[in-house]
Design a protein around this ligand. Structure first.
Ligand SMILES: Nc1ncnc2c1ncn2[C@@H]1O[C@H](COP(=O)(O)OP(=O)(O)OP(=O)(O)O)[C@@H](O)[C@H]1O
Ligand SMILES: [Mg+2]
Length: 221
C-alpha cells in the first residue's frame, strides 16, 4: 500500500534549513498494523503528513497504492485523502460547537454522500469506536478527552478508508482511556482489515503494532 523511496523533507525558514526526514525508505503492506516511533523532533509528524498526502517530500518518491503522489495536483491529493485516508490527530481537531454526530458526518459531506445515509454511517462509526450513544447529540466541547478521541476515531473511519494514520492518538489520554483507544485501532486492523499506522514516542504504545519502524533524527534506523 505504501512505498517510500529515499524520502527527504527539508524545511526552510529564513537562512536556516532543517532536514526533518532524511533519505527514508520503507514499505507498508495492505492490512498491516505498523507503529512509527522515535523521540520528540525525530520527524514522525513530518512523515505522517507526507504519508497522508498533506505535504509532499522535498525529494524521493512516495507511492500510495502504486500511484506516484509527487505528480498529483492539490485537488487530486485532496481527493485521495477523502477516499482513502482517515486521520486521527493528537489534538483531536474537532469542531467544538458542532455535535458529535455532525463532527463524524463531516468527511461524508466532503465526499458528497446523501444526508440520510450520512447520519446512519456516522452512528455506525461511533458505535464501532465504543462511543456512548447518549452523547451522540452533545457538542464536542462538552466531552472528556477520551470521548473526544473516540469521536476523532469515528470521524477517521466513517469514510471506510483503507489507511488510518494516527499521530499520538493516546498522547492526551490517561492510561486506561488510551488502552481503549488502542484497542479500537487494533480492532480496525484485525476485524476490518484496515492498514493502520500508529505514530507514537511511547515504546509501550508502539508495542500494540505488528511491526515497529524506528526513526531517529529523521532517519529510519
Ligand atoms: N513547519 C516546519 N518548519 C520548520 N521546521 C519544522 C516544521 N515542522 C517540523 N519542523 C522541524 O522538523 C523536525 C521534526 O519535527 P516533527 O514535528 O516531524 O517531529 P516529531 O517526531 O513529530 O516530534 P513530536 O514527538 O514532538 O511530535 C523538528 O526539528 C522540527 O522542529
Ligand atoms: Mg509529532
Amino acid at each position: 500500500m505504501i512505498e517510500c523511496k529515499n524520502i527527504t523533507k527539508t524545511y526552510e525558514s529564513g537562512d536556516s534549513q532543517t532536514s526533518a526526514v532524511k533519505n527514508a525508505s520503507f514499505t507498508i503492506r495492505d492490512g498491516e498494523f505498523v507503529a512509527i516511533t522515535g523521540p520528540s523532533g525525530s520527524g514522525k509528524s513530518t512523515l505522517m503528513h507526507i504519508l497522508g498526502c498533506l505535504d509532499k517530500p522535498t525529494s524521493g518518491a512516495y507511492f500510495l497504492d502504486g500511484k506516484d503522489v509527487a505528480g498529483l495536483s492539490d485537488d487530486e491529493l485532496a481527493e485521495i485523502r477523502t477516499q482513502k485516508i482517515g486521520f486521527v490527530f493528537q489534538a483531536f481537531n474537532l469542531l467544538p460547537r458542532a455535535t458529535v454526530l455532525r463532527n463524524v458526518e463531516l468527511p461524508l459531506v466532503y465526499a458528497g454522500a446523501p444526508a440520510p445515509a450520512r447520519a446512519e454511517r456516522a452512528r455506525d462509526a461511533l458505535r464501532r469506536s465504543a462511543f456512548p450513544e447518549k452523547f451522540f447529540n452533545h457538542r464536542s466541547n462538552e466531552l472528556s478527552g477520551g470521548m473526544m478521541q473516540r469521536v476523532a476515531i469515528a470521524r477517521a473511519l466513517v469514510n471506510e478508508p483503507s489507511l488510518i494514520l494516527a499521530d499520538e492518538p493516546t498522547g492526551n489520554l490517561d492510561t486506561k482511556t488510551g488502552e481503549a483507544v488502542l484497542a479500537t485501532l487494533e480492532r480496525l486492523h484485525s476485524e476490518h482489515g484496515r492498514t493502520v499506522v500508529l505514530i507514537t514516542h511511547e515504546p509501550y504504545v508502539a508495542e500494540h503494532a505488528e511491526r515497529i519502524i524506528h526513526i531517529r533524527d529523521g532517519q529510519i534506523v
